[in-house]
Design a protein around this ligand. Structure first.
Ligand SMILES: *Cc1c(COP(=O)(O)O)cnc(C)c1O
Length: 376
């Protein structure tokens, strides 16, 4: 936790859970990515935290942006970035949204099948497209499914189709899975990417770009490698597979850019047991899965939790949210060790919650307000 966040919370008078994001940490993370991968452009994945202050800061620092919808594109433009710094990175787009993005000046689009190429060709004539390939997500704590991307062999046909349709077949993208703790995870995807470059070249199509995606981790309970280690491993993999002909590259960090910049303050609403003999206490907070902590699904992301009683004796607790939905349990399979002295009404701090919290928060499930956000 940063001193600025601590100071902010000391002075906060409003009731209810909130997330506080420290822009100094976002700036430091951006600079760390820029230093770790000096020849790579950074396209911040807007969905991780689209707060206007975050977008404005990153626009000022020179970042580009990965957007998944027209409203995200409009948020980025409103933050002061020009359309040539925007990629429409969602592979699933309505044709009229492609047309709207094109009208707004966006010229870079993701595809993963010929059907999507057809849409882009009709709605964004002459634009650049990159084809997303499947990645197994091994080593990631929040792996992405088979929903996005095609097999590498098919990508060659997709890109050739784009070329024939008058688009610029521009490159290849992949995502190695979010919260990817293995710095070598990019290697096999880059091997596939270079094979696609060669196969396209054989068909007279010369690709330019490899979009290395996101996946860079935030520190939760365990240490994670620094941006520098990712940069070195990625550069080694690029050299291994592309030799002296290293293509243009971009990264799309979301979690790694903003995760560690945020902290949630919540309150203990109830502490109880299910039977007199129960060894595990149930601790219910005023925030849960529907208030912004959706990534606790299957206990995938385990946030560090601080209380004002840290240092006292601890005992295992099930941690749950306040709503009347039985899915609103954060950690039960692996309980959380919390101080025995923790009491109803105490404040609890949930660390590294700057990414994927405000955007996952429900509008008013059970009448609870969406997660309030302060950017300082
Ligand atoms: C969500 C997303 C990202 C960001 O992923 P992180 O693991 O948070 O860095 C990057 N690129 C695309 C296409 C995405 O959908």
């Amino acid at each position: 936790m940063t001193d600025r966040i601590r100071e902010f919370l000391r002075n906060r008078r409003e009731d209810g859970p909130c997330v506080v994001v420290d822009l100094d940490v976002v700036r430091a993370n951006y600079n760390a990515f820029a230093r770790a991968l000096p020849d790579t452009r950074v396209f911040y994945a807007v969905k991780a935290n689209p707060a206007p202050e975050v977008l404005t800061l990153l626009a000022e620092l020179g970042s580009s942006f990965d957007c998944a919808s027209v409203p995200e594109i409009q948020m980025v433009l409103a933050a002061g970035a020009t359309a040539d710094r925007i990629s429409f990175g969602n592979t699933i787009k309505k044709e009229r949204d492609i047309a709207r993005a094109f009208q707004l000046g966006v010229r870079l689009f993701a595809v993963d099948c010929e059907e999507e190429v057809e849409k882009v060709a009709r709605a964004a004539a002459g634009a650049k497209v990159f084809c997303r390939i499947l990645c197994d997500g091994a080593g990631a704590e929040w792996p992405l499914s088979r929903k996005f991307g095609c097999v590498p062999e098919m990508a060659v046909d997709v890109l050739e189709h784009a070329h024939r349709k008058g688009l610029v077949a521009y490159g290849v993208s992949f995502h190695v899975g979010s919260q990817q703790k293995n710095v070598e995870a990019w290697d096999s995807a880059l091997a596939s990417a270079s094979a696609i470059f060669r196969a396209c070249a054989d068909r007279g199509i010369h690709l330019s770009l490899v979009n290395l995606g996101g996946g860079f981790p935030a520190r939760y309970l365990q240490d994670v490698p620094a941006a520098e280690a990712y940069g070195e491993a990625i550069f080694r993999a690029l050299s291994r597979h592309f030799g002296n002909a290293i293509p243009q590259t971009i990264i799309e960090p979301g979690r790694g850019m903003v995760g560690a910049a945020g902290m949630i303050e919540a309150e203990v609403v109830l502490i109880s047991k299910k039977s007199a003999e129960d060894e595990v206490r149930w601790v219910y907070l005023d925030i849960g899965k529907f208030g912004g902590l959706a990534e606790t699904m299957e206990e995938a992301i385990r946030y560090p939790i601080r209380t004002s009683h840290d240092g006292d004796a601890v005992e295992p607790c099930v941690l749950a949210g306040p709503t009347c939905d039985s899915a609103d349990v954060l950690y039960e399979k692996t309980p959380v060790m919390l101080p025995v002295s923790l009491a109803i009404g105490d404040k609890v701090l949930i660390e590294a919650t700057g990414a994927y919290t405000t955007t996952y928060s429900a509008v008013a499930f059970n009448g609870f307000d969406p997660l309030r956000s302060y950017v300082i």
